[in-house]
Design a protein around this ligand. Structure first.
Ligand SMILES: Cc1ncc(COP(=O)(O)O)c(C=O)c1O
Length: 354
C-alpha cells in the first residue's frame, strides 16, 4: 500500500483544519434543546439569510434535515414525487415510508437527476378516491448520483408553477447547493426562491465535521424543530459543532472552485484511459462518475484494485465508479491518482504504458 492515500470516496471525508478546530474550541455554547446556544442560533440565522428564508434549524445530518422537512410537509398516506436516483430515496433507508408514512412516485427518464415540469406532470395522479394525495416534490441540487449535475433555474421555475397549480410543496435537497452556486455563478436565492424548504450540508464540500441546516418559513421551521426532537436529533451544547459550520461558511465556499477544477482534470485524464468511459463535459462540479469496461472487472473489484494502489473511490453501480474531489485533496494528488490508475489499467491492457 503506497504511504499516501488519495481519498476520493466522498467530500464527507474531510477533517477539520487547525483554524476550524480553533473556532470549535472557542465557541460559546448553551443547551440548544432549551434554545440557549448562541452559536447554533447564529448559524441558523446565517443560513436562513443566505437562503432567503425566514428561519432555519441545525441538525446532525443531511438525512435528518431532509427527513424532518419531509415529515413536516406531509401527512401519512400521502405521496412524494422525485427522481428514483435521489439521495432521499436511494440512500436514506426508506425513511419517507418509515418515518413519514409516504409512498414515492418516480419521475421517468430524468437526465442525470434533472427533470422538467412535463416529466412531473406525466406522473401526477388524478384527484379521485383511488389516488393518494401527492403533496410534495423533492429536487436534489447538485444531484449526487447524476454526477454533481446542476439544475437549470428555468426547470425549477416551471416545476414551481406546476406545483402551485396542484397545491404541492417543494423541498430542495441542497446538500451541495453551494457547489451549484460556485460553478454556475448564481446566488443561492436564484435557486431557493422556488422552494418551500431547502436543506444544505456543512459536512460535505464545506469541510465541517458534522451538520446540516434546513431553511423555510418560521411556521414550517417550528414544525421541523419539533420533528428533529422527535427523531432524536436535539443536541445540547451543539455550538461546538455549529462553530465549525460558521467557519465553513466564512472560509470554504469560494474555494469549491478548486475542487471543481480538480474534478475536471481528473475527468479529462480518466477519459483518455482505455476501458474507461465518461464525458468530461458532464463534470460540472466535484463529482466524477465513470463507467468501466468488463475486462477491468466490476465497479466493486476495480475500486478494490484502486484501493490497493492507495486511490480510494467507491463503486456507484455494477460497472460504475465515483470519485469526489474536496478540500483535503490537492491538484498534485489528482495528478498522482491518474498516474496510479494508468499503471493499473496498463497492467490490464497491454501496450497502454508503452
Ligand atoms: C445529495 C445528498 N443529500 C443528502 C445527503 C445526506 O447527508 P448525511 O450523510 O449527512 O446524512 C447526502 C450525503 O452524501 C447527499 O449526497
Amino acid at each position: 500500500m503506497p504511504d499516501r492515500v488519495i481519498d476520493l470516496r466522498s467530500d464527507t471525508v474531510t477533517k477539520p483544519s487547525p483554524a476550524m478546530r480553533q473556532a470549535i474550541a472557542t465557541a460559546e455554547v448553551g443547551d440548544d434543546v432549551l434554545g440557549d446556544d448562541p452559536t447554533v442560533a447564529a448559524l441558523e440565522t446565517r443560513v436562513a439569510d443566505l437562503l432567503g428564508k425566514e428561519a432555519a434549524v441545525y441538525a446532525p445530518s443531511g438525512t435528518m434535515t431532509n427527513q424532518t422537512a419531509i415529515r413536516a410537509h406531509t401527512q401519512h398516506g400521502e405521496e412524494i414525487v422525485m427522481d428514483p436516483d435521489s439521495h432521499v430515496y436511494f440512500y436514506e433507508c426508506a425513511a419517507p415510508a418509515a418515518l413519514s408514512g409516504c409512498s414515492s412516485r418516480f419521475v421517468q427518464d430524468s437526465h442525470r437527476g434533472i427533470f422538467t415540469a412535463d416529466q412531473v406532470k406525466a406522473v401526477l395522479r388524478p384527484r379521485n378516491i383511488h389516488a393518494p394525495r401527492q403533496s410534495l416534490i423533492v429536487i436534489e441540487n447538485t444531484h449526487n448520483r447524476g454526477g454533481g449535475s446542476i439544475w437549470p433555474v428555468e426547470n425549477l421555475a416551471a416545476i414551481r408553477q406546476l406545483a402551485d397549480e396542484n397545491n404541492m410543496r417543494r423541498h430542495m435537497d441542497g446538500a451541495r447547493l453551494m457547489n451549484a452556486c460556485v460553478a454556475s455563478g448564481r446566488k443561492p436565492t436564484d435557486y431557493t426562491q422556488y422552494f418551500d424548504s431547502i436543506s444544505i450540508c456543512l459536512s460535505k464540500g464545506l469541510g465541517a465535521p458534522v451538520g446540516s441546516v434546513v431553511a423555510g418559513s418560521a411556521e414550517f421551521i417550528a414544525k421541523v424543530r419539533f420533528f428533529r426532537k422527535q427523531f432524536g436529533g436535539g443536541m445540547r451544547q451543539a455550538g461546538l459543532l455549529a462553530a465549525a459550520g460558521i467557519y465553513a461558511l466564512d472560509h470554504n465556499i469560494d474555494r469549491l472552485a478548486e475542487d471543481h477544477a480538480n474534478a475536471r482534470i481528473l475527468a479529462q485524464g480518466l477519459a483518455k484511459l482505455p476501458g474507461i468511459t465518461l464525458n468530461p463535459a458532464d463534470v460540472e462540479t466535484n463529482i466524477v462518475i465513470f463507467e468501466i469496461a468488463p475486462h477491468l472487472g466490476t465497479g466493486a473489484t476495480f475500486a478494490a484494485r484502486l484501493k490497493e494502489a492507495g486511490v480510494w473511490m467507491m463503486a456507484n453501480a455494477p460497472q460504475k465508479v465515483r470519485a469526489v474531489t474536496h478540500l483535503d485533496v490537492s491538484r498534485d494528488q489528482i495528478e498522482d491518482a491518474l498516474v496510479r490508475i494508468q499503471k493499473i489499467i496498463g497492467g490490464t491492457t497491454p501496450g497502454v504504458l508503452a
